[in-house]
Design a protein around this ligand. Structure first.
Ligand SMILES: Nc1nc2c(ncn2[C@@H]2O[C@H](COP(=O)(O)OP(=O)(O)OP(=O)(O)O)[C@@H](O)[C@H]2O)c(=O)[nH]1
Ligand SMILES: [Zn+2]
Length: 381
């Protein structure tokens, strides 16, 4: 769009909404993916009279498509031309989208949409549902981003960076052997999922290598906390059907250390994918990081799996030592009964968490992993 025209559009937009929603507020709500609240803000107080309602509709496109009512939209005159799609990847200015019409589009993002965000890299992220205008059978322009839910994000320097949007599950893949089971790592992934408020599913893979009864007690501990767990084998396809059923129509992020069998599981869930599978080398028992590029893999039944190396090994982002207990469902019932409100459940006296560990209401291994996490990573050395 010519710069002049863009500036005018932008000025018009701001003028229309002056006094209703502050620019910074719009930007913040948009950036944090909080578009329900963005739409609320546009619709809310001070919208009086018919004129205002008309203006509201120009912004959110509520007239033409009720699904879009809460989304951010800046220009919709002929909505029937728009195609709904899902963002597969974002490479610089190019956004790859799979349209609901089955076509793959390489898209740009409408300039005015970008101008609402101060950090343009995150206007659109993988997993976003968008409305696009096809400009050719392969090219399109993203006109709006539909409301996000289940956002996986990290905060750096006080700013939230959304990594993927519309995530229903974090699939935590662990292997019960080769590489050996590392429950402390599962605990960390669970914390990240809790921080992002995304439901985790713990998948114990390679169950063909051991007697599954051996790990049943540990699986039971997680299940008793309310986590969904599944013991599977990508090798023998044991329990792959229930896993596939769980993922039908859902978007999931894969997490788990190298070599646990993430690619092998994906190949089983979605036959025909043909993802490269690596060997676990005997010397380091760690796998070889076969997967290098980010991808969103659409699955049958309308779902998708995000397989992003950065997320596979995702770490704890900006978590404070005193928040950890509250994010653990087995600790949570006790934390408010500790004598000190800022109790870290380590060396303090009259600690309800430690009492619960002492009489086995909290699993001792979980508590041990908690102490290690705090002492090694979260507290000053
Ligand atoms: N015995 C057995 N081996 C498995 C199973 N699943 C995967 N493997 C093997 O484990 C090795 C690693 O599998 P991948 O699927 O490449 O693991 P990954 O987690 O994707 O690894 P990265 O790409 O490095 O993150 C391969 O040799 C697989 O054949 C299983 O259920 N049982
Ligand atoms: Zn305590």
């Amino acid at each position: 769009m010519p710069k002049k025209k863009h500036n005018k559009l932008r000025a018009d937009f701001r003028k229309k909404h002056q006094g209703r929603v502050r620019d910074s507020d719009l930007t913040r709500r948009f950036q944090t993916g909080d578009q329900d609240s963005l739409a609320d803000a546009v619709q809310s107080e001070r919208l009086t009279g018919k004129g205002d309602l008309t203006r509201k509709r120009t912004v959110i496109g509520a007239d033409s498509n009720p699904d879009q009512a809460a989304g951010l939209n800046v220009k919709l005159d002929t909505d029937s031309d728009l195609i709904r799609g899902r963002v597969v990847s974002v490479h610089g200015l190019k956004v790859r989208v799979i349209g609901d019409d089955g076509r793959r589009y390489e898209c740009a993002v409408r300039q005015l949409l970008k101008s609402l965000s101060t950090d343009q890299r995150h206007v659109v992220v993988a997993g976003d549902r968008v409305m696009l205008r096809a400009e050719s059978p392969q090219d399109g322009m993203i006109e709006s981003v539909l409301p996000r839910r289940g956002v996986l994000s990290r905060t750096s320097r006080g700013k939230q960076h959304v990594i993927v949007a519309n995530v229903d599950y974090v699939l935590i893949i662990a292997s019960v052997a080769r590489p050996s089971l590392k429950p402390a790592l599962i605990d960390r992934f669970l914390l990240t999922a809790a921080q992002c408020e995304i439901q985790p599913i713990i998948v114990f893979n390679k169950c063909d290598l051991i007697d599954p009864m051996r790990i049943q007690p540990m699986v039971g501990v997680y299940a008793s906390m309310g986590y969904r767990t599944l013991m599977v084998s990508a090798e023998t396809e044991w329990n792959i059907d229930p896993l596939r059923a769980l993922l039908t129509g859902k978007q999931a992020v894969l997490a788990g250390q190298s070599g646990v069998g993430k690619s092998s599981l994906l190949n089983r869930i979605q036959p025909g994918l043909g993802l490269a599978v690596g060997e676990v080398s005997d010397d380091n028992d760690k796998g070889r990081h076969t997967t290098t590029a980010s991808r969103l893999i659409p699955t049958d039944g309308g779902g998708a799996v995000f397989d992003t190396p950065g997320i596979r090994q995702f770490q704890l982002w900006n978590i404070e030592a005193n928040e950890v207990g509250g994010l653990m469902p087995d600790f949570r019932p006790y934390v408010s009964s500790c004598r000190y409100p800022d109790c870290l459940h380590l060396t303090e006296t009259d600690c309800a968490v430690k009492d619960a560990v002492a009489d086995a209401r909290i699993d001792a291994r979980r508590y041990d992993a908690y102490c290690h996490l705090l002492e090694e990573d979260l507290l000053p050395q």
